[in-house]
Design a protein around this ligand. Structure first.
Ligand code: FES
Ligand SMILES: [Fe+2]
Length: 414
């Protein structure tokens, strides 16, 4: 069967403002096309600089079929390498994270420098060309404490994303933080259902009692429309921008990434049950303003983020299968903040641990219903689900262009 043709027909015949055809959420061949056309072509948020502060620190991650290792080399450069030995292909680093002076393959001990260069391979004969057997590099970029990788040989320019978000992230100095807590959950649903759920707060009041204490359910906050016409948000931007914090809504022309700083309910300072800060020590010494709300940042298909005055919460989405998605959440605090002194871990993590679990249940119930042959695409709410429509439109546009082999869309920032 011609999967690409089938997918293209469904994309072109799609009804605007409606959820996708069932196959996009459950079909293994469609999922394979998502991997090829999106996950192996787009820039993916993979982790933070602060997780590998010293030379030899590394962490591993699996993106579709690709095992990847992210490592800081001896010069301090962060590198991404294919975690597949150039001898007979064994995974070189098998731990989730670690520290090592060299990267040594456990199978026959081929030994690689931290930049991937092959240093040593035992008894391979006189003609063996070491230089031709380095670990394969993966494109890797960093911005504002975030590490992104791109598995394609010729990635799209990272520049427009960097230019847009760097000023927003700079004051928060996330490169100088530490991960206070990390959680990984597995959601039994297609990765697009995880995103659709993230891009609206139509579901918040009925499902997120903890989050709703501080996070506004207004679609102008979560979605991509109406923010500048919302007087509360406009006043918040004016106040923050006047003190040097970039805050206004900006989105790339292609709709792939957006940043904006949103106020929290009643000037809450953090995502805690009381709305008060969870961390006594300021996240960044460069931000002393009060009531800055939350800096929202998303980059499809792999990350959404909240940066507050006292901590940041970053989310990484990775697809594990047609109906299986991994969501990793990290709570970043000032690197000098001390657990038990400056913050209580339970207080810091409570709201989003609960919210993540509530969202997991929502996504899984959504997936259950979509598996029914009786499912048919349903209408999004024009008032509340503009953000979901925007995500689906981004996905459909990218897929259409890539399946057709069109030139890549423009990446100017509107
Ligand atoms: S497969 Fe790595 S050393 Fe043999
Ligand atoms: Fe939610």
């Amino acid at each position: 069967m011609d999967i690409k043709g089938d997918m293209l027909r469904k994309l072109k015949g799609r009804r605007d403002g409606y959820s996708l055809d069932r196959a996009f959420y459950i079909d293994p061949d469609y999922y394979g096309q998502d991997l090829e056309s999106i996950w192996y072509k787009d820039w993916l948020f993979i982790g933070h600089d602060c997780e590998i502060p010293r030379a030899g620190n590394y962490f591993t991650v699996q993106v579709g079929d690709y095992p990847v290792v992210i490592v800081r080399d001896r010069q301090g450069t962060i590198r991404a390498l294919h975690n597949s030995c150039r001898h007979r292909g064994s995974r070189v680093c098998s731990q989730h994270k670690g520290a090592s002076a060299k990267l040594v393959c456990p199978y026959h001990q081929w030994t690689y420098e931290l930049d991937g260069t092959l240093l040593f391979a035992r008894q391979m004969g006189e003609d063996f060309d070491k230089a031709a057997h380095s670990l394969k590099p993966i494109h890797c970029e960093t911005v504002g404490g975030y590490i992104f990788i791109n598995l394609s040989e010729k990635p799209m320019d990272f520049g427009p994303f960097r230019d847009m978000v760097a000023p927003y992230l700079a004051p928060h100095r996330l490169g100088e933080t530490k991960v206070a807590f990390e959680s990984t959950i597995i959601e039994k649903g297609n990765w697009k259902l995880v995103w659709e759920n993230n891009r609206e707060c139509y579901h918040c009041a009925a499902n997120h009692p903890e989050l709703c204490r501080t996070y506004p359910e207004a679609p102008s906050a979560t979605g991509v429309q109406g923010a500048k016409d919302d007087p509360v948000i406009a006043a918040h931007w004016a106040k923050c921008e006047a003190t040097g914090l970039p805050s206004e809504f900006r989105m790339s022309e292609s709709g792939q990434f957006r940043s904006a700083r949103m106020p929290l309910i009643d000037d809450a300072e953090s995502y805690t049950m009381s709305g008060a800060r969870a961390v006594r020590r300021q996240l960044s010494a460069d931000v002393s303003q009060k009531h800055i709300g939350t800096l929202l940042l998303f980059h499809y298909p792999s990350t959404w983020n909240h940066v507050l005055a006292d901590h940041a919460i970053t989310f990484r989405v990775l697809p594990l299968g047609p109906e299986l998605t991994q969501v990793t959440t990290k709570w970043l605090v000032n690197k000098d903040a001390v657990e038990g002194v400056d913050y209580d871990l339970e207080e810091l993590t409570h709201v989003w641990t609960e919210t993540n679990d509530q969202d997991r249940q929502i996504v899984e119930e959504n997936a259950f219903g979509i598996r029914s042959p009786a499912y048919q695409p349903g209408p999004y709410s024009p008032d509340h689900e503009g953000g979901v429509m925007q995500f689906v439109e981004w996905y459909c546009n990218f897929m259409e262009q890539r399946l057709q082999g069109d030139a890549m869309p423009l990446f100017r920032v509107a």
